[in-house]
Design a protein around this ligand. Structure first.
Ligand code: PEP
Length: 247
């Protein structure tokens, strides 16, 4: 199975989502598509998917959740509330959340526990900064970030170099492969798949999908229009020379 995930961040409006769905027709039995709209659009996405039975295999989720179960936490959204809206996924540890809210291993772990209690699947994000890569610390940073995983299973993992998100900069194939194979070795039996994220576009998706250990994409900017998102996803239809790419 390959995974095609959209991170809509703080973009999109209801009419933008309607426009997306009016043009979106990507559906492959061997590619699971998962949309991550902002909290306020979870219901709208749900209604759009229900209105179009051909999109019944689409899954969706939130971009974060609270460390708390419920209670006096103004402005926060609990995993149970996300599940109550029909969503089945939550993203945890995106670098933009890590940076803006100074998330620690402890808070990430608490979010993951709340998600599991609520029955949500987790997409966990890791990735190094440019300074860390330049200092040769990439694998050490990733290693420390995945300590949160512990014995958890059946989650998606996204490798997203922080310096690649929204910049148009992408690590070379060898660099991506090195991290993915490292993650496979450490967590291969626990994850559903290991995704690459960071400036995935229509013109590089083909080459990125062919990298050993890449089980799918987490796509930001290029997921905002149906045309570019499905063009990115279409690369998973290809038959790669190495049969291990076709899992
Ligand atoms: C992201 O925010 O997770 C992301 C991968 O963004 P972009 O594709 O725009 O780099």
């Amino acid at each position: 199975m390959k995974y095609l995930c959209a991170n809509w961040k703080m973009a999109m409006t209801q009419s933008g989502i309607d426009e997306f769905f009016s043009r979106f027709s990507f559906s492959k039995p061997d590619v699971q598509t998962i949309l991550f709209p902002s909290y306020v659009h979870l219901s709208h996405v749900h209604h759009q998917i229900q209105a179009q039975p051909s999109q019944g295999s689409l899954q969706w989720g939130a971009q974060d959740c609270s460390t708390e179960k419920s209670g006096a936490f103004t402005g926060e959204i609990s995993a149970a509330q996300i599940q109550d809206l029909g969503a089945t996924w939550v993203m945890i540890g995106h670098s933009e959340r890590r940076q803006r809210t100074a998330e620690t291993a402890q808070t990430l772990s608490a979010k993951w526990d709340r998600a599991t209690e609520a029955g949500l699947n987790v997409l966990f994000c890791v990735g190094e900064s440019l300074e860390q890569r330049k200092a040769g610390q990439t694998l050490a940073v990733i290693e420390s970030q995945i300590a949160v995983v512990g014995s958890r299973t059946s989650f998606l993992l996204a490798y997203e170099p922080v310096w690649s998100i929204g910049t148009g900069l992408v690590p070379c194939e060898k660099e991506i492969e090195e991290v993915h194979l490292f993650l496979k070795k450490r967590l291969g039996s626990q994850t559903l798949g290991i995704l690459y994220g960071g400036s995935v576009k229509t013109d590089n998706a083909n080459a990125l999908a062919a990298i050993n250990g890449v089980d799918g994409f987490l796509v930001g900017g290029a997921s905002l229009t149906a045309a570019s998102f499905q063009e990115v996803g279409s690369v998973f239809n290809l038959t790669y020379p190495d049969p291990s790419f076709n899992r």
